[in-house]
Design a protein around this ligand. Structure first.
Ligand SMILES: [Zn+2]
Length: 123
């Protein structure tokens, strides 16, 4: 499978994970699960999921846009796993404190970015 497609798929999963994280922080998981079961998921939820996945896919592509994979030594500060784990924890705290703010979109982006670093670490 082409590398970019793998990163896009991981970004999609990361976007869904970010959405569930925000639902959890809002205390909205059971309402949303009930709505999905009843086939009554709202347009707002669908739009939000779409934005979350879109931002996470952009995040999953960005590290190689900044530091193109021209050799095995291409990975610099923008591929630094530790740095982004710390950044993710800070953003998680921000999202936990205020899950309806801009933090939710930043969280989905950083989850996508992390998915790229995670896949690169496996390669
Ligand atoms: Zn990479």
């Amino acid at each position: 499978m082409p590398r970019r497609l793998v990163h896009d798929l991981a970004g999609t999963v990361a976007g869904l994970a970010a959405w569930f994280t925000i639902l959890y922080f809002r205390g909205d998981v059971s309402r949303t699960v009930e709505a999905i079961r009843a086939g009554g998921i709202s347009l707002t939820d669908i739009l939000e999921i779409t934005v979350f996945i879109g931002l996470a896919v952009i995040g999953s592509r960005l590290p190689d846009k900044i530091e193109p994979p021209v050799s095995r030594q291409h990975r610099g500060v923008f591929h630094n796993f530790t740095l982004f784990v710390i950044l993710t924890l800070l953003i998680l705290y921000w999202a936990y404190s205020d899950p309806s703010s801009l933090s939710r979109f930043v969280l989905s982006f950083i989850y996508g970015y992390d998915s790229h670093l995670f896949l690169d670490a496996l390669a």
